[in-house]
Design a protein around this ligand. Sequence first.
Ligand SMILES: NC(=O)c1ccc[n+]([C@@H]2O[C@H](COP(=O)([O-])OP(=O)(O)OC[C@H]3O[C@@H](n4cnc5c(N)ncnc54)[C@H](O)[C@@H]3O)[C@@H](O)[C@H]2O)c1
Length: 324
Amino acid sequence: MDQVKWNVGVIGAGVMGERMMNAIRTHEKFRVAAVSDVSAERAQEAAQKSGDVPWYTNYKELLKKVELDVIYLAVPPKFHHAIALDVLAHKKHLLCEKPLANSLTEAQEMLEAANDAGVVHAMNFPLYYQGVFPELSRRLEEIGDVRRIDILTHFHQWPRPWQQTPWLAGREQGGFIREVLPHFTHLTYELFGDLHVVRSEVDYPADHDLCETGVSAFLRLTDGTPVTINGLAGIAHEEHLDYRVYGSKGTLSVVNWSNLFVGGHGEALVPAEVPQQDRLSLLLDELSIAMNGGDARLVTFETGVKVQQVLEALLGHEKVHYIK
Ligand SMILES: NC(=O)c1ccc[n+]([C@@H]2O[C@H](COP(=O)([O-])OP(=O)(O)OC[C@H]3O[C@@H](n4cnc5c(N)ncnc54)[C@H](O)[C@@H]3O)[C@@H](O)[C@H]2O)c1
């Protein structure tokens, strides 16, 4: 029998935690049942907004004391691994933020632990649930043979004004390569299959504690189709993201996450209609289906490991190689 509402334990009540809790609070299948954040102020505030549910500064207390069905993990990346392994030891379903972990080994261990626990494991890649995804997939058939994919991520300011938190500026776990590029390498994986990094050059500032300021990378799909990445932070103009697919008969371009532009032979790129979809609500719908034992459209840790492999190769941490 289907559960009336699943109880979610939220670990990490920062920018993403708050965003997801807003979605959970209005979702018919889930409720926020407990919150943990190392900041008592954030944990308490989020718990109050969720109907005065219990809150903890130590997530281990949350895992011990409350009967929870699923954990949403939204702490900075270097804490994902240790907390996820604890969650999985408690055999709770786990929705984890991207990137899955802070190294490939950590990501692989998380996948193994999730499989051993036999729980539902999923990640939050919002683009996968936005209207632009089905529209892009549909239109791929119209543009002929794909000749090249260009991924451009330019930031006026990094970290961005709405994400002013020190870890995002640091080399250990921050930077736009970890924070933003996984969205686009994941999108590429879902649309075209495996990809591998042929070469990647990362520019860093002199201060060894600070994250990258640029990346130029060349990747290929398994059929040899080239993929380029051009990332820069600290440029003069405003933030601009462009995911562009060049086909033999047309070009598709996703600008700033949700705007789709299309152009045929000799035509200028023009805006195309994209259906509006509530991405977090759709993700929660799918999560509920999976928790009820159904086939769901989720990004599992298995895919998370593939995305991590590309990420680590872009950062130069992994040998450049094919992803199988
Ligand atoms: N899916 C997306 O679109 C998207 C967007 C932004 C960020 N993210 C990811 O979400 C995660 C969180 O990012 P954010 O922007 O919310 O960061 P944030 O810094 O705003 O929030 C992180 C929160 O985790 C708390 N925290 C740290 N260690 C903790 C611990 N051990 N136990 C409990 N709480 C702890 C911090 O106090 C903070 O409140 C990161 O992995 C980030 O990459 C995903």
